[in-house]
Design a protein around this ligand. Structure first.
Ligand SMILES: *[C@@H]1O[C@H](CO)[C@@H](O)[C@H](O)[C@H]1NC(C)=O
Ligand SMILES: *[C@@H]1O[C@H](CO)[C@@H](O)[C@H](O)[C@H]1NC(C)=O
Ligand SMILES: *[C@@H]1O[C@H](CO)[C@@H](O)[C@H](O)[C@H]1NC(C)=O
Ligand SMILES: *[C@@H]1O[C@H](CO)[C@@H](O)[C@H](O)[C@H]1NC(C)=O
Ligand SMILES: *[C@@H]1O[C@H](CO)[C@@H](O)[C@H](O)[C@H]1NC(C)=O
Ligand SMILES: [Cu+2]
Length: 151
């Protein structure tokens, strides 16, 4: 009996996290026995300057998440610079309440700023539930690239 209660608690804890499918995330913060921790601000423990950049349109692009809750509040922010420290460019000015588990695609997130072609930046994704306690992830270190088609 006790072991089945423990199993349930473990399942609920692991369901309390999300993945970033696109752009490639900085680190697999859901890996088994990982020291990354999605409760940790701002990047779940991933280094903001880590390698592995994804080109992302300077006009803004898409973000694809793996969500594990019946509903989730989602915030997407951009931090400019090679080793971003401030994630103060909000890409979700409208409140996002994502309903349902599974793949959640935001096809187009326009940028409120105009970075230069080739600038580096980092995308931060924050999810939250009713209590307001938040989970963090950095999905990529995109190099903003101007000559790409909008999609
Ligand atoms: C995670 O830790 C458990 C307990 O120490 C161990 O049995 C398991 O093999 C580890 N998994 C990985 C992928 O290292
Ligand atoms: C960014 O951080 C990395 C280590 O994570 C370091 O090697 C690099 O020099 C830093 N770059 C800048 C521009 O601060
Ligand atoms: C965001 O933070 C960066 C680095 O601290 C700063 O240069 C920039 O002015 C800030 N932008 C806004 C809109 O607050
Ligand atoms: C978000 O959606 C869920 C599920 O439909 C709902 O229960 C919740 O009240 C919504 N939150 C807001 C602020 O509308
Ligand atoms: C972007 O980051 C890469 C390392 O990931 C670095 O080599 C390059 O110089 C940076 N570009 C700019 C414009 O800072
Ligand atoms: Cu969760």
């Amino acid at each position: 009996m006790l072991s089945s209660i423990l199993l349930l608690a473990t399942l609920q804890l692991s369901a309390a996290h999300f993945s970033i499918e696109y752009p490639t995330w900085r680190a697999d913060t859901l890996a088994e026995n990982t020291t990354y921790d999605q409760w940790r601000y701002p990047c779940a423990g991933a280094a903001p300057g880590a390698a592995g950049r994804t080109e992302w349109p300077v006009q803004g692009g898409s973000v694809v998440l793996g969500l594990h809750h019946e509903w989730t509040y989602v915030f997407v922010n951009l931090g400019l610079g090679t080793n971003a420290s401030a994630f103060n460019v909000s890409l979700t000015p409208d409140f996002v309440n994502a309903t349902g588990r599974g793949t959640y695609c935001i096809p187009s997130l326009p940028l409120p700023i105009q970075p230069r072609d080739g600038d580096n930046a980092t995308i931060q994704v924050v999810t939250s539930g009713k209590s307001g306690s938040a989970l963090y992830n950095v999905g990529s270190a995109p190099t903003l690239e101007g000559n790409r088609a909008w999609w």
